[in-house]
Ligand binder design. Structure first.
Ligand code: HPA
Length: 248
């Protein structure tokens, strides 16, 4: 089984032949919504839209611990996290697809670890390479088979949101080495690693980041949603080929 976490612009997965929906509670509370189980080309999929089915949960209020916990309980082979980002690097223009390979965490005030219980032993996790390389390679192969171009590698800056950044903040992130910016990459990736999940994101550049490209004065939000709408078909194409690659 593959797990897919849908991001902004992906509250549903139309290519999924749905078999059932199920509400599963966790020791960490409620996930973003019921899980949708189904198949893509006969391959079992579980789908969870991160922001809820009606896109009602902002990035800082997502129960990341419950989301990852519930997916982990299903023992998926891979967890694919679909995420919208703003492009900082000049070539990351709206509509581009990217497989990030690193992340910098600027979020705060989020429940970011399962090691919160002082009565239980804790362990540190290695996070040198935050994403599962096997999952990244499966996505790369799928993109190749699907004939969709995708940029291999890039540093994702995870900001707190829900507001977008100032131009000066984007300059600072670039100075830190970030290539794209999003609001949901953390603590999701670290929690996935704590649970030992094979987790990797696929990022869609929804807009040029604040102050970049044509967004010198403002980020036109209407256009952002239009770009996401157009790009989701390409992401779905990759996901469909991902399940095919699994049979190779
Ligand atoms: N900043 C942060 N998160 C985002 C952006 C952005 O410009 N675009 C899409 N998600």
């Amino acid at each position: 089984m593959f797990a897919i976490i849908g991001g902004s612009g992906m509250a549903q997965l139309p290519c999924l032949e749905i078999t059932r929906r199920q509400i599963i509670r966790t020791p960490y509370g409620e996930p973003s919504g019921p899980l949708t189980f189904g198949t893509i080309r006969n391959h079992e999929i579980v789908f969870l839209p991160r922001h809820g089915h009606g896109h009602t949960i902002p990035p800082h209020q997502i129960n990341y611990r419950a989301n990852l916990w519930v997916l982990h309980s299903l023992k998926p082979e891979h967890v694919i996290a679909v995420a919208a980002v703003g492009g900082i690097r000049a070539d990351l223009t709206p509509g581009k697809l990217v497989l990030p390979d690193q992340i910098i965490d600027y979020t705060h005030s989020r429940a970011f670890t399962y090691y919160d219980d002082a009565t239980q032993p804790f362990t540190h996790i290695d996070f040198t390479h935050p994403y599962c390389q096997a999952t990244r390679e499966a996505l790369l192969k799928a993109a190749h088979k699907a004939d969709e171009s995708i940029i291999d590698g890039g540093v994702y800056a995870a900001t707190q949101g829900p507001r977008l950044e100032t131009a000066a903040e984007i300059n600072r992130l670039e100075g830190d080495g970030a290539h794209m910016v999003g609001m949901t990459g953390m603590p999701e990736a670290a929690l996935a690693r704590e649970l030992g999940l094979n987790y990797a994101p696929i990022a869609i550049v929804a807009n040029s980041a604040a102050g970049r490209g044509s967004n010198v004065d403002a980020i036109p939000l209407k256009e952002v949603y239009a770009v996401l709408d157009q790009s989701m078909a390409r992401v779905r194409n990759i996901l469909e080929h991902l399940v095919d690659c699994d049979d190779d």
